[in-house]
Design a protein around this ligand. Structure first.
Ligand SMILES: [Zn+2]
Length: 552
């Protein structure tokens, strides 16, 4: 047996469960042997590189199960309001962007709780950008803040009716305020100058660099297709994968157009086949069944609290159509990646999977992302139907936006069902985790911290309030082992890559993350950082070689 190229000893190994072994040997892009320090050290030859973890944790590379990497990269390179959490900070960044000689001012990343009343207005933006269109997408991508020049260019007036699945926000006098929700945002963003392919490539590679620095070696892009202000990332993935520049292991969900009915099934299957033959590993179809609670577009069983008796949020796809669509996708052996935020949307997604199981028998493992509210009657159905709960763990804390804008709309009863991670786990649900970046930070250590403590990480500038330091529904905390599994192997299992990723075992790909210390108590995630990231045995990030890129 030839000597390994690299050995790591002295590690607290997670496979992803805590392992009795402390060392690994790596040859080529694979882990060849896992064992004790003595066993692995004995394999080393004169040319073997030796790494001593000195007791620190070594995990399978993180796998983000729900991310928008191109949008995240574009945000990093553009007017990135995510780096501030105040009106003064936003004004400074927008002024700086407006000083550039661009035909439009385009940016993203603002939080509603920064503004009086929860939403920004065009008057504020007119002051900063008076001379040309400005369009700034919210951090959750469900709202677009525009100035008067942008409204005028789009021909939007106070009298323009709301488009399907969208809303033009108006004040008490009926005047358009400059806030466009969901599909209404497209009325303006479709007029913006298209981004150059070279900028998209640069953005995707900037995203990859940041994600490597956070220990992410695999990710699942949750939307391949055009959605709101986000450009279609499929051509950028195709080109960067083909050129060899994108080396992270990427799978994705092909976007189901929300207005399409079951007659679209043959076309989506043809698009999946075309994307795959172009080198993009499509593993599922993305179906958006509702919006978000903060603007009352999430679909709820009972009405929103304090709004109106009719305000329950719309189902994007009629439940009978959804059942037929999911049955068709399932019959083709493909998985469905649902967006389900409200308890009614979650129930409709589960009902659609139940219809597919009844018709097709056991089939692909489907998944529902977000799960802000799950009715207690539906918690057991995840395990029964083989549906994965795709969690965005960093959301499960009482930051100011959640306390001020979201929980009041849910009311005290439903607030006890908010992000029921622990309940889902105890009910046997299969779990995966992802960040939904750029909606929120892509840092898995932050997500794991919040999954296990239900508090905000100390460094998160979007959660500076006292309530974010107190565990939100402590019974819904996960243990570190369960959370690590969800952010590694659990995610690989729903992306079809578990045969070679998500493990620290002989024969698995040498995709590893070395931390700066061990993981013990649930609070430990917020105290450690990534020391080194290995992709197929090669170092793609080392903290001591260069600092982490700016961002989170
Ligand atoms: Zn998303």
């Amino acid at each position: 047996m030839t000597a390994p190229e690299l050995v790591i000893t002295g590690a607290q190994l997670w496979d992803p469960a805590p392992s009795a072994a402390t060392a690994v040997a790596i040859a080529g892009d694979r882990i060849t042997v896992v064992g004790s320090d003595a066993t692995i050290s004995a394999l080393a030859g004169p040319l073997t590189v030796r790494l001593d973890a000195a007791g620190a944790a070594v995990l399978p590379g993180f796998h983000d199960a729900h991310i928008h990497a191109l949008a995240g990269g574009l945000a990093l390179l553009g007017c990135d309001l995510e780096t501030e959490h105040s009106l003064a900070g936003y004004a400074r960044l927008i002024r700086a962007a407006a000083a550039e000689p661009t035909p439009w001012v385009v940016g993203s990343g603002w939080f509603g709780d920064v503004f009086p009343g929860g939403l920004p207005t065009r008057e504020l933006l007119d002051e900063l950008v008076p001379d040309r269109p400005a369009v700034l997408t919210s951090h959750d991508a469900h709202g677009v803040w525009v100035n008067t020049a942008a409204l005028e260019l789009a021909g939007l007036t106070d009298a323009t009716p709301d488009p399907p699945a969208g809303r033009i926000v108006r004040d008490a006098a009926g005047r358009a305020t400059g806030m466009l929700l969901d599909s209404a945002g497209e009325l303006v963003t479709r007029l913006a100058p298209p981004r150059a392919a070279a900028d998209m490539r640069r953005a995707l590679l900037a995203a990859q660099e940041l994600l490597f620095s956070l220990g992410i070696t695999s990710w699942h892009d949750a939307i391949l297709g055009e959605y709101l202000t986000l450009p279609d990332s499929l051509p950028s993935y195709r080109d960067t994968i083909a050129s060899g520049a994108l080396t992270a292991r990427v799978t994705g969900s092909l976007w189901w157009p929300p207005a399409a009915g079951p007659e679209y099934l043959p076309e989506i299957l043809a698009r999946v086949a075309a994307a795959r033959s172009a080198g993009v590993a499509v593993s599922s179809v993305k179906i958006m069944q509702d919006g978000i609670c903060e603007n009352c577009t999430a679909a709820l069983i009972e009405p929103y609290t304090g709004v109106s008796p009719e305000a329950r949020g719309d189902s994007v796809i009629a439940p009978s159509d959804l059942a037929e669509i999911v049955t068709g996708i399932d019959a083709a052996g493909l998985s469905v990646h649902f967006h389900g935020v409200g308890d009614r949307a979650v129930r409709e997604c589960l009902d659609a999977v139940a219809a597919a199981r009844a018709r097709n028998g056991a089939g692909a493992r489907h998944q529902i992302a977000h799960l802000d509210l799950v009715d207690p009657a539906d918690v057991l159905r995840f395990a029964e139907l083989g549906v994965t709960a795709n969690l965005q763990p960093l959301w499960a804390r009482n930051d100011q936006e959640i306390v001020e804008r979201k929980l009041p709309l849910l009311g005290p009863g439903r607030a006890t069902q908010h992000f029921p991670f622990g309940s889902l786990h105890r009910a046997g649900a299969h779990l995966a985790m992802g960040s939904d970046w750029p909606v929120t930070s892509p840092d898995p250590l932050w997500g794991l911290h919040t999954a296990c403590t239900r508090t905000a990480p100390a460094g998160d500038l979007h959660a500076r309030n006292a309530a974010a330091r107190v565990p939100a529904l402590p019974a819904e905390r996960l243990d570190p082992e369960t959370a690590i599994r969800a952010y590694t192997l659990g995610a690989a299992e729903i992306s079809g890559t578990a045969a070679h990723a998500g493990r620290i075992a002989a024969g698995a790909l040498a995709d590893l993350v070395l931390l700066t210390g061990p993981i013990g108590a649930p609070e430990a995630f917020d105290g450690v950082r990534v020391a080194r990231t290995l992709l197929g045995g090669a170092t793609v990030y080392a903290a001591d070689a260069r600092p982490a890129p700016p961002g989170r």
